[in-house]
Design a binder for this molecule. Sequence first.
Ligand code: ZN
Length: 451
Amino acid sequence: MLAFTRREGEEVVIGDPAAPLGIVRVSSIKGDRVRLAFDFSREIPVNRREVADQINSNQPGKDGNPIDGQSPPASTPLSSPQKVNPSNRFGWDYRALGAQFPKLPFAITDAHSHVNGGRASAILREAMDLFGIGSIWSMTYLEQVPAVRAELGDRLRLIAVPDFASKDRKYALGAGFLERIGQYHELGSRLCKIWAAPRSVDYAIEAGDATMFELDAPIRIAAMDMATKLGMSLMVHIADPDTWFQTRYSDAARYGTKSAQYLPLERLLDRFTAPWLAAHMGGWPEDLNFLTGLLDRHPNLFLDTSATKWILREISKHPAGAVQNFLERFRGRILFGSDIVTTDEHMIAGESKSEMAAKASRPEDAFDLYASRYWALRTLWESRFDGESPIADPDLAMVDPKRFSAMDAPRLRGQHLPASLLKSLYVDAAANFISAGASVGAARNASGQTR
Ligand SMILES: [Zn+2]
């Protein structure tokens, strides 16, 4: 094996110096950690040993995919290293990559997003057009609806959310939310989001009553009552990734175990017969057997596949065919979603004071942030891509800080779904969810029923 001694910033050129195959650069050295940058064309896979071994040990799916050209996007030249950011670890040109996806015979519905900010919405619209996203369901703040609608028009479908920016959380999630649900409904919204992640316990303790924001607490039930009486469907955020239960929620006395999160949900799914959309594959993409039981027990339950980093990481880990079988079994009940968060704070250069500004601080980075999600999700569902994700996933370092840095990323393994299943995931399931909600609403009006 050839070995060189190099210092930080120095490079090794692989292949013909006049037309190199690629360049390896020592980008930084910190303690016992060396960061290497690989400047290669995308045809040449570059993987950490652990990921390479994982790829070798898995048989790629061998089913034929009837969508023509439904293969991983071909190579794209690397852009300048200045393009590298947490949404774009390899400095790719997402515009060039987006143009390489096959044009689908339908427009995709993104059923989970948080679109705010007029300038940010315009950048998102470019990413939507590039990746074939027709309409987007969004938890847009009431105050931001005019600015977002000015850019997205009727491609935007509103999801009612409380004013999370309010300092008075008890009011914002209680009486304040009831008012807002009515206002969202008047703006055409037919979906109301109940956010019950384990960390809502922290907010509840801050507000003086640890049980105040539990999923079946009185102020939550009041919101569900209000929404369903207006003929709206319900959306719920339940649980969080296994990686979070291993780390930030390791205090089970405070947060409860992961399974415990689902007990109130199952009771409420029986009590409120409206369609429910459980975000992030019902909060448990790690466990398809659990989700199978949950979906079997509750025919009014639908799932969205949002939260790009979480979904990429966990869906890629399942044995070949398992995810496709699951989606096939619950065809029409699993909706495509991204969980893209847009805000005009993504355009602010300089000091990254807020969490949002830290993710992107100029329009180009905001574009990468939004476009990378659609690139990665379409690649996950449609292609045979098998390599490291271009999106940094800090959960790796959170669980194993010795092995990973915040810029590392997990394996992304394309599921190469057949065309008809893709159509269900991308558009038909969303239409199905809307019509299920409309028929429950119509039945309620016809009988004047208010249970
Ligand atoms: Zn979300």
